[in-house]
Design a binder for this molecule. Structure first.
Ligand code: NAD
Length: 479
């Protein structure tokens, strides 16, 4: 997009970094530089925080209906500009245009959903058990927030946080991933156009995440951190948030089990696997990472999955007919290559793919590995690439134990035609979400999030707004 902003967005104005620094944004399909954007330092972060703090009181007093309608207008603008936003996203992130269009719709839906939630923030009035006192409960915005987003869903991870924050009456500083700043800057421009008052949303793009975020978290003025990213960075930010007792929501990494029982409908299982593995080229926290397939159907499942994976067209996301774009960068690709090499060394069979192509960009082919050794590194590492690793199992207790044998617990997928088994296994999986005979769980109306080291809190659904609200209780004597 020729008119995409490339400066910082602070107090409603587009500004350069105080020291004039810029950083490049690369096209992962070519490795070439697309453009440069402002590279914020701690001074800029402080200005953004000042703007958010200053805007907070008035924004909290703004009528819910006004906040709601800003989100609704922004939703409509995003939908109108689907093509433009999808091209922008594909250029900085790599995903094929069809997937980028899907993400634009998914991202916009968070604004529509939270425009509807903004006007349903409730309170309460009750007589306390002693009969002498009343309890008056109101809900108030938590205050200025720091929102930190990853590169894999550049638009939707932003709207999933900005939507509930705006609905609740919070102001915010958004720090997008350095690989994909353009989608967030375009989003800020859309919110301004939709009527969001100056200072409510501030965007700082930076290559110096630690220097920019740590002072805000320790400073005592930011009251809430909402983070989506890796578990390692989440743990660091939790420690930094402890000092000023900042409320946190954490959407962290995953290591999703994908379990196919002997009574599964293999058509459903293979279709589900294609979505759970290949959405976003496998660069998703919800990506199926470990395929546990019952020994009696493992060979057929592997053969059919390899056939489907091998038929996918790999290429630049902007090209017609492409199913699989490049990975985010060469570093991401090198990690996938190492994980595959390790599995193969330990005896895995390559059913399809597994060979890095020559040429520019960071492409990696859809790959299926069978007979994967449970000690392989990809069993306890997010692959974040188009690689399906298949292991076999013999009975239900065993597979549940193995599926739960990980510090993560974001999502699991279960394929069986037995209702009892479906419910029994789902209940025993230590995860925040389960896909039953489906490979897709994400939906703005559902509470998204994980247990164990996959995170704290939920985004989306009826509870999504709670993360940005505090209770205030007034004790009122009965006179
Ligand atoms: P990452 O943790 O490297 O980065 C995420 C964000 O944190 C980026 O904006 C980055 O600049 C910032 N960051 C890095 N170091 C920081 C620091 N010291 N202080 C403040 N901010 C810092 O993750 P990534 O590679 O961008 O994204 C991939 C990860 O995100 C995967 O682990 C994936 O599972 C996870 N993810 C989780 C969800 C979810 O909802 N659970 C959704 C998408 C992605």
């Amino acid at each position: 997009m020729t008119d995409t902003p490339t400066q910082l967005f602070i107090g409603g104005a587009w500004v350069d970094a105080a020291d004039g620094a810029t950083m490049p944004v690369d096209d992962p399909a070519t490795g070439e530089i697309l453009c440069h954007v402002a590279d914020a330092g701690p001074k800029d972060a402080k200005l953004a925080e000042d703007a958010a703090v200053q805007a907070q009181e008035e924004w909290a007093r703004t009528a819910p209906r006004v906040r709601s309608e800003i989100l609704r207008r922004a939703y409509e603008i995003i939908i109108e500009r689907t093509d433009e936003l999808a091209h922008l996203m594909t250029s900085e992130m790599g995903k094929p245009l069809a997937e980028a269009r899907g993400e634009v719709a998914y991202a916009a839906e968070f604004f529509r959903w939270f425009s509807e939630e903004a006007v349903r923030i409730d309170g309460g009035l009750a007589t306390l058990p002693d009969g002498r006192n009343r309890m008056l409960l109101s809900r108030r915005p938590v205050g200025p927030c720091l929102l930190i987003t990853p590169w894999n869903f550049p638009l939707a991870m932003g709207t999933r946080k900005i939507g509930p924050a705006v609905a609740a009456g919070c102001t915010m500083v958004l720090k997008p991933a350095p690989q994909t700043p353009l989608s967030s800057l375009a989003l800020a421009a859309i919110l301004k156009e939709a009527g969001l008052p100056d200072g409510v949303l501030n965007v700082v793009t930076t290559s110096r995440a630690g220097e920019v975020c740590e002072p805000l978290l320790r400073g005592g003025r930011i009251r809430k951190l909402s983070f989506t990213g890796s578990t390692a960075v989440g743990q660091l930010l939790l420690a930094q948030s402890a000092e000023a007792v900042v409320r946190t929501s954490m959407e962290l990494g995953g290591n999703a089990p994908f379990v196919v029982f002997e009574d599964a409908d293999l058509d459903k299982a293979v279709n589900g696997a294609m979505v759970a593995k290949m959405r976003n080229m496998g660069e998703a926290c919800t990506a199926a990472n470990r395929f546990f397939v019952h020994r009696s159907v493992a060979e057929e499942f592997g053969r059919r999955l390899a056939e489907r994976m091998g038929a996918l067209v790999v290429g630049p996301g902007t090209r017609d007919g492409v199913d699989v774009g490049p990975l985010i960068d060469r570093r991401g690709r090198a990690k996938v290559e190492e994980l595959v090499a390790d599995a193969v060394e330990r005896g895995a069979q390559v059913l399809v793919g597994g060979r890095t192509p020559e040429g520019p960009g960071s492409f990696y082919p859809p790959t299926v590995l069978a007979d994967v050794d449970p000690g392989s590194r990809l069993m306890d590492t997010e692959i974040f690439g188009p690689v399906a690793a298949i292991l076999t199992f013999d009975d239900e207790d065993e597979v549940i134990r193995r599926a739960n044998d990980t510090p993560w617990g974001l999502v699991g997928y279960v394929f069986t035609e037995g209702l009892d088994r479906a419910l029994r296994v789902s209940e025993r999986l230590e995860v925040g979400m389960v896909g039953l005979n489906t490979g897709l769980v994400s939906n703005p109306a559902a509470p998204f999030g994980g247990v164990k080291q996959s995170g704290l809190g939920r985004e989306g659904g009826r509870v999504g707004i709670d993360e940005f609200l505090e209770y205030q209780y007034l004790a009122v004597p009965v006179s």
